[in-house]
Design a protein around this ligand. Structure first.
Ligand SMILES: [Zn+2]
Length: 272
């Protein structure tokens, strides 16, 4: 599933080649999942900006409307040329006047979401948006400390988008390894030094992953179809049985918070 760095990479890529002309045609596959007549009413509107909130991509038009896209597990949003032949997994194509850029939304497993909002106010009022937690790259250390003052396991807490946005399984494992924290550690039991390590690791790893264009583990592609490069920098995620790069102990796979979790049992001790 695309996490913060992958979604941010898509947003930056989409922004680089945004057509400035009005939308001329909307092709929407009328599947139960994505059928939404309001999206077709975007014809004539101009794209003004593309932003990100958590793992949501927000496509803004000059009449104030916003198309919110969540990539789910396998969603892909990219610019292609008009000669691109949409396949059966392509659910939406947006074409623009006098432009050879076509915006495609493809989703093999169909866990993605597309929704058009009439205004920013309506988008922000939507429960799923309103309850999103703060952005990891903007949050201050004191605010981050406050979020962790709970009894829940740190991994479960980081994965909860209403606590903090952007984390999925890859970056939770990587950030906890970098901070030498066991994923099952109750968040409130972390001392100030551990919290500061976690905070710094989060900022550093998210920034490095964005700079590398995200991690391409399964289907992730940047908006121009290129693979991300951060998967080669992953230290624990999906390295079960391989040696820890810090201490050479074998990386273990556990199930924590219902999710497959990778740790170094020597570097990430559970403190009781
Ligand atoms: Zn280790």
């Amino acid at each position: 599933m695309p996490e913060l760095p992958e979604v941010e990479t898509i947003v930056r890529g989409l922004r680089r080649s945004m057509p400035r002309t009005p939308l001329s045609r909307v092709r929407l596959k009328q599947t139960k999942k994505f059928a939404s007549r309001p999206i077709a009413s975007l014809v004539g509107a101009k794209l003004v900006r593309i932003t990100r909130r958590g793992k949501n991509i927000l496509i803004w038009f000059d009449d104030g409307r916003c198309l919110a896209v969540h990539l789910g597990m396998t969603g892909q949003l990219c610019w292609t040329s008009p000669s691109y032949r949409p396949d059966r997994h392509t659910h939406l194509c947006l074409e623009f006047t006098q432009s050879d850029q076509v915006l495609h939304f493809r989703d093999v497993r169909r866990f993605g979401r597309l929704k058009l909002y009439p205004s920013k106010a309506r988008l922000l009022a939507e429960a799923a948006m309103a309850k999103l937690g703060p952005e990891p790259l903007r949050i201050s250390l004191p605010h981050f400390k406050e979020l962790l003052g709970r009894r829940r396991m740190i991994k479960a807490l980081l994965l909860d988008q209403s606590v903090i946005v952007g984390f999925g399984n890859i970056y939770t494992d990587e950030v906890l390894f970098a901070a030498r924290i066991h994923p099952a550690q109750p968040a409130e039991s972390l001392g100030p030094l551990a919290v500061a390590r976690l905070y710094r690791a989060m900022k550093r790893i998210f920034k490095q992953a964005i700079a590398a264009g995200g991690s391409s583990i399964r289907d992730f592609r940047q908006s121009d179809g290129q693979l991300g490069r951060f998967q080669t920098s992953l230290k624990v995620y999906q390295r079960t049985g391989k040696k820890c790069l810090r201490c050479r102990t074998k990386i273990q796979r556990l199930i924590i918070a219902g999710r497959s979790t990778h740790i170094c049992p020597a570097c990430q001790l559970l403190d009781s």
